[in-house]
Design a protein around this ligand. Sequence first.
Ligand code: HOZ
Length: 435
Amino acid sequence: MKQTKSAAAFAAARKYIPGGVNSPVRSYRNVDAEPPFIAKASGSRICDIDGNEYIDYVLSWGPMLLGHAHPQVVSALAAQAELGTSYGAPTLAETEIARRLQDFFPALEMVRLVSSGTEATMSALRLARGFTGRDKIVKFIGCYHGHSDGLLVKAGSGAATFGVPDSPGIPAEIAADTLTVPYNDLAALERVFAAEGEHIAAVIIEGVAGNMGLVLPQEGYLPALHELCRRHGALLIVDEVMSGFRASRGGAQEVYGIRPDLICLGKVIGGGLPVGAFGGRREVMEHLAPAGPVYQAGTLSGNPLAVRAGLTTLELLRDPAVFAALAAKTERLCRGLEDAAREAGVPVQVHRIGSMFTVFFSAEPVTDYASAARSDLRAFNVYFMTMLENGIYLAPSQFECGFLSTAHSDADIAATLAAARRAFAAATAVQNEKH
Ligand code: HOZ
């Protein structure tokens, strides 16, 4: 391993922090490498402590839709810090952000703020169980909804990346209440409802699956799934923590024409600070304490700094043209990646929606976790490392998405495609070695 400041920092971190990181996906363990330690970021660029600068397509795993350190977000944070950073008491800004969120997501008749996406999904499930009086939930293989016990079952993201989709430490009786079905397979869901329908409180699904790499729902799948839920008295919870503001201005629910019973949000709504939210139908939300009996709470929920960053971000995202421009930029990048892969002779499936994308190293269509998992991970690793060496910062896993921001320029895209031509050539070389 090269003696860099990052390598030394990682060695020091490992003495005090398990695996040296505070979230497993940051460790680079699965790509047989060590992570750059980050010193600063601005716009589309992120810089490590060795002075290397990268074009960033991780964007803190999605939140930084306006790019890093957006001047308006930074000054809003500075102004709020002067007024205090946490009160644990109601503020005007909380009602304001709840109202604003409804402009983007009309299904959010009421909303509760929390501090992470994990909290949002875990709380939405408790609410669904409290509302319906039922215990079982359905989730989809390869979808990831944070790391709460009942949801870390056949999970994507880091759980898939490191090969532990069912984590030790989760009581068997809790896991047993989570029924799992393949994504995009309506018949499998119909079978589960036929067998267990009267016990199912909710079906939870990512608006577009982003944690097995980006996999899109097939035409008509989400509306049909919602109809099945209705028929059996179960709630549909759409987790838009990742896809909210990313799949489109109004998330996947806008693209696919559904109005879920409950929605989970996070990432972009905090403008880079820790925020999550869940909300939806008024009659369901009014079951939440103190209006109703289902308990949920948080000392830092609705934190004024985080809400201020979120509100400023939402203000800058009001104009639908922002989303059209982002989607056009993502399309240009993805078409360039397809061309580069074709020229290099490496079979890939490039998926995109809005400002999200994934390059699957696979010759076959990717429609669910099983097909995503058949990707050539060795080719992915070579591609990933070559991109990094050429200044392009991607998620170090086949089972994650890339993201663009409003700060990414045409020059950034051109530089990315130049790097991709080298990276695909390196991936082809490794694929040819095999045969
Ligand atoms: N795919 C994950 C969240 N959607 C990455 C973030 C993490 O686990 O740290």
